[in-house]
Design a protein around this ligand. Structure first.
Ligand SMILES: [Zn+2]
Ligand SMILES: [Zn+2]
Length: 260
């Protein structure tokens, strides 16, 4: 098997994000659920691991090169490839490429799901909450609880100069406080459009609300993600239009964003 390594041009690029998948609640033809590859000058992280994300990841890095997996919450679209990653880690262990368990960080609830993040000696589970700050690959990562049906955490990645915030799944009532303020990149969910949105209390945003949040926190760039393959990309763009004055794009598989 050949891997296409994406090593950073050290000193120029601080953080590189590759979208491995972004679709929800189920991927479209040839698509993939949420998964983001984060490369720093000294580390490789995987944020969420939805359907088909593992196969996409293999285009860039073998599993034993992954320093950590960060899981925002245990809805299927974000974790369904974790068991597959664990099987990949099993084979890497058998071949002695993987010599210690891959850390999988995630919420403590639902407990039955948290328990599944550990797999023999191949992956180990480490709990996160709002008090957690991780230092991996030269960046610090902190967490903020979002309004969602299960315990779910947004993630803030900071290299000392730049900040990337990934909202994970969030309803419109999350109290963001200063968590995402003036971030260099906001990876924000925008599951619905204003005219296709469920009533009642919601655990997701519209594309328009994603732009409004970006404007409110003064994000420099916005990547709208967590998109349904059953809603036209043009409809998302139309919904988002005019709501954000900075650089805006819709997530796409293989898309690369560098923070320099
Ligand atoms: Zn969810
Ligand atoms: Zn989701």
């Amino acid at each position: 098997m050949e891997y296409r390594y994406c090593l950073l041009n050290k000193g120029l690029i601080i953080v590189k994000i590759t979208v491995l998948g972004y679709q929800t609640p189920a991927p479209g033809p040839g698509g993939a659920g949420p998964g983001y590859l984060l490369e720093t000058s000294s580390g490789v992280l995987l944020l969420d691991c939805g359907s088909a994300v593992y196969a996409r990841l293999m285009q860039y890095f073998p599993v034993h090169k992954i320093d950590a997996v960060l899981v925002s919450h245990y809805h299927h679209d974000h974790v369904c490839d974790i068991p597959i990653l664990q099987y990949g880690a099993l084979m890497a262990s058998v071949q002695q490429k993987l010599t210690k368990p891959i850390p999988v960080y995630g919420p403590q609830s639902p407990q039955a799901w948290a328990d599944r993040m550990a797999y023999e000696t191949h992956t180990k589970f480490l709990p996160i909450d709002e008090q957690t700050t991780l230092a991996i690959g030269g960046v610090s990562i902190s967490f903020h609880r979002t309004q969602h049906a299960v315990e779910c955490y947004a993630m803030k990645i900071n290299d000392g100069v730049h900040t990337i915030v990934y909202t994970a799944d969030t309803g419109p009532d999350t109290e963001w406080k200063d968590f995402a303020d003036e971030c260099d990149l906001l990876i924000c969910e925008g599951t619905f459009t204003t005219d296709i949105v469920p009533g009642g209390k919601r655990g997701h945003l519209t594309a328009k609300e994603a732009t409004e949040l970006s404007e409110r926190v003064k994000a420099k760039r916005l990547l709208i993600t967590h998109l349904s393959p059953d809603i036209a990309r043009s409809a998302y763009l139309e919904d988002a239009r005019g709501g954000f004055r900075g650089e805006l794009s819709l997530a796409d598989i293989g898309q690369v964003i560098t923070i320099e």
